[in-house]
Design a protein around this ligand. Sequence first.
Ligand code: NAG
Ligand code: NAG
Ligand code: NAG
Ligand code: NAG
Ligand code: ZN
Length: 355
Amino acid sequence: YRQCVLFKILLYYLYVANDLYDYYKYHPMAEITNWMAQLTKDHPDIVTVVSYGQTYEKRPISLLKIGLNTGEKKKAIWMDCGIHAREWIAPAFCQYFVNQILQTYKTDPKMEEMMKNMDFYVTPVLNMDGYIYSWQDNSTRLWRKNRSPGPSGCNCSGTDLNRNFNANWGTVGVSFDCCSNTFCGSKAVSEPEAQAVTDFVGRQKDEFLCFLTIHSYSQLILLPYGHPNFTASNYDELMKVGLAAAEEIRKVHGTSYTVGTSPDVLYPNSGSSRDWARLQGIPFSYTFELRDNGTFGFELPEDQIQPTCEEAYRGALYIISYVHDKTFNGAAAAAAATLWTLLLAVGVTTSTTLV
Ligand SMILES: *[C@@H]1O[C@H](CO)[C@@H](O)[C@H](O)[C@H]1NC(C)=O
Ligand SMILES: *[C@@H]1O[C@H](CO)[C@@H](O)[C@H](O)[C@H]1NC(C)=O
Ligand SMILES: *[C@@H]1O[C@H](CO)[C@@H](O)[C@H](O)[C@H]1NC(C)=O
Ligand SMILES: *[C@@H]1O[C@H](CO)[C@@H](O)[C@H](O)[C@H]1NC(C)=O
Ligand SMILES: [Zn+2]
């Protein structure tokens, strides 16, 4: 009996002490799903799992909703990872990000304030079917698309979900060949995974201040639009905030990230979720392309998970804090700036009289 009790205590620690989850390894889908369920038990007051659609293979697409319940209507932050199956560092980053914000909000007043004003909606693996397929064996490790069958007559499966959104769909940087890695689908939002995001975010698009979609690799922060003939109305501010985020990233381990629109720094494309989100009116929409810049590519070694996540976290946090402060502290920030100007003026006067 005593052994049984001890065993139960041990199990309790194994499950409750979420610290035991290894954030610096790649996890297969089943482990990520268990981890999500465990978070709701460890943090019942602020974490819920929301299923908002089904993959082609009928798996529930789930996100973690994280935020303090204030009884007020809140703003929101979107983050999704793993829209491309082989980019394993992306789901690892979403898990790290969630763990970080849950670890910090109790001691960091800024994070607590953000959790009061905003809900974080984080999808650790959007393309679950593709992710599971990429874990199958070596020959499927570099799978990118989802797993829906091609149109009739075509022998290949999979649609590139990041070419399937309703944003200049099918115009540039796509293929209509179903065997291509950039096959954009038979029509805009033909794929259930793209439909799920479109419905969930579209229903409450006015609440979302920011839309972050995480990929690898190339060390880039991309802003709308992927189509070379369209420029976001807030391009200058998107650039300014993106460059500042890249600077935050550089400070952590010296890694350089390039900032710009897809056509300017990578290649033109259409039908991306980032562009769709911006077209919905979500002002700050970015794609992160995490490490590396080509040495290991999609097969980033596990010993780079920690530094990759640490630096990218700083970049994401910069953007999130910026959109938060712009929305909630606009007046306070302006007042502080005025006060600062006054103090400076006094300072100038004082120093001139002193010399
Ligand atoms: C699979 O790939 C890994 C790493 O590239 C390699 O070590 C292993 O031998 C491969 N396994 C098979 C069965 O090819
Ligand atoms: C279609 O796929 C099957 C099975 O993978 C393969 O044997 C066949 O050669 C393919 N046909 C064409 C036209 O590519
Ligand atoms: C962009 O506009 C130019 C000039 O109108 C046109 O020639 C070009 O085809 C357009 N590019 C795309 C990708 O549609
Ligand atoms: C790749 O990234 C490393 C680390 O940031 C950097 O030192 C190197 O110059 C980069 N290489 C290229 C080709 O951009
Ligand atoms: Zn990608």
